[in-house]
Design a binder for this molecule. Structure first.
Ligand SMILES: Nc1ncnc2c1ncn2[C@@H]1O[C@H](COP(=O)(O)OP(=O)(O)OP(=O)(O)O)[C@@H](O)[C@H]1O
Ligand SMILES: [Mg+2]
Length: 216
């Protein structure tokens, strides 16, 4: 799926956060949104993922203008096409690791439902082997981040939105995450990351630098 921001301007509380940003994120490519802290990387990622509506400008999905999409259409996009690895991880702390991967539950909390073999595979790919039944709240920050990536892998989403996916990871795990995101792009998915990690940028196929707005 090709996701495009066309002349997006974002104002929050009468303050201009970004002005006329345009970027095309293609399937099969890892696109990095880069820029200094506060430049608007997270905001643009959320706009592209339809989590935030821009003040002006358009977001296009395979050429289709989403400006007038209502809650239902956005929900269908999130449900069927998108996976998010956001800055707060989106981990449901009081549930198990496996629940956080599959988002499917059983009456018996610790029971793994869904495709068990696939759960095993994505946990292994993210270095969380054998931890299906653990409570997510017990995981470290870096482990929660990897769990969010495991969820995205499990979902087979066409579009992956990731906000600073390598932050708070040590080098080996950071490298692993970069490789996984590259693999997802190689499979033909659209991978969009907001990042200030030099290694992540080098691994990207396309880069969009946010100018940032100076406030005097
Ligand atoms: N909900 C909000 N209310 C007010 N200001 C906001 C809101 N969201 C973002 N901003 C402002 O918009 C600007 C861009 O924020 P954003 O989080 O997109 O930056 P960023 O490039 O992701 O920064 P970082 O690298 O620190 O994560 C910041 O100045 C921030 O304060
Ligand atoms: Mg950010």
């Amino acid at each position: 799926m090709r996701i495009e921001a066309d002349q997006v301007t974002m104002m929050i509380n009468e303050r201009t956060i970004m002005e006329n940003e345009s970027v095309v994120c293609s399937p099969g490519a890892l696109t990095a949104l880069v820029g200094p802290s506060g430049a608007g990387k997270t905001t643009l990622l959320h706009v592209l993922g339809l989590l935030l509506r821009p003040t002006s400008g358009r977001v296009l999905m395979d050429g289709v203008d989403t400006t007038n999409w209502g809650a239902k259409q956005r929900r269908l996009f999130w449900k069927h096409h998108a996976a998010f690895v956001l800055q707060d991880y989106g981990i449901i702390e009081e549930e198990s690791v496996a629940f956080n991967v599959t988002m499917a539950s059983s009456l018996f909390r610790s029971k793994v439902v869904g495709d068990k073999e696939k759960v095993r595979k994505v946990l292994s790919e993210t270095g969380l082997d054998g931890r299906e039944r653990e409570l997510a709240a017990r995981l470290s920050g870096g482990e929660k981040r990897r769990l969010a990536i495991a969820r995205a892998l499990y979902k087979d989403a066409q579009v992956i939105f990731a906000d600073e996916p390598t932050a708070s990871l040590d080098e080996a795990n950071g490298d692993r995450v970069i490789e996984l995101l590259q693999l997802l792009a190689k499979q033909g998915r659209t991978v969009i990351v907001a990042t200030h990690d030099e290694k992540m940028m080098q691994a990207a196929h396309a880069m969009h630098a946010l100018k940032g707005i100076r406030h005097g």
